[in-house]
Design a protein around this ligand. Sequence first.
Ligand code: SAH
Length: 214
Amino acid sequence: MTSLRTRERLIQRLRDQGVTNMRVLDVMLNTPRHIFLDEALSHRAYEDTALPIGHGQTISQPYIVARMTEVLLGAAGGNLQKVLEVGTGSGYQTSVLAQLVPQVYSVERIKPLQDKARDRLRQLGLRNVQMRHADGGFGWPEAGPYDGIISTAAPQAIPDELLKQLAPGGVLVIPVGGREQQLHLVIRDGESDKFVTRVLEPVKFVPFLSGTAR
Ligand code: SAH
């Protein structure tokens, strides 16, 4: 179930769906997604689907992890030193980012999920991730600005704070909407307060909620 063949099949599926960034595909081939799931579900880890991780949340579908990471890297034009992730969840997307970006900051509102994710990243030896238990709607201003921000939960509208914490030329990748959601790419136009937005494709994420939970 965790064999190289099984993982290779998943990577082939991602390529069939249009993912082309070889660095992203290579990192995903070598990241053990099964350790981000409870044992009862780990046999399904290399299926291309979202799966429950408790607390009403899900680990993102591999295709969407690949796609968002590829969009982030592509739009930032090789200039990605520091990234903020909102919605650590299982830590799977975090671990993919941590292998591609020097500094990763990740915010999660549900404490037990964050604690498990921290253990998994440690287990993988990924030491370039800082985590915070907080409402990501406020970003993480003390550590910003960020070259990239990625949200793995969908707000109804893009929080202003996230836009404010983008560095000049910084890139935000975020699902937006309720029952119907679209993946958005927002790029800060130089030093200005102008933002260029592109709507990429329909997606399905858990809602972006305010406040924190223990
Ligand atoms: N990338 C994660 C996705 C987890 S689902 C994974 O693959 O495992 C999205 C996560 O966003 C959930 O854990 C949810 O608790 C968290 N979330 C939702 N709204 C949030 C907010 N305002 N601040 C921080 N985390 C939030």
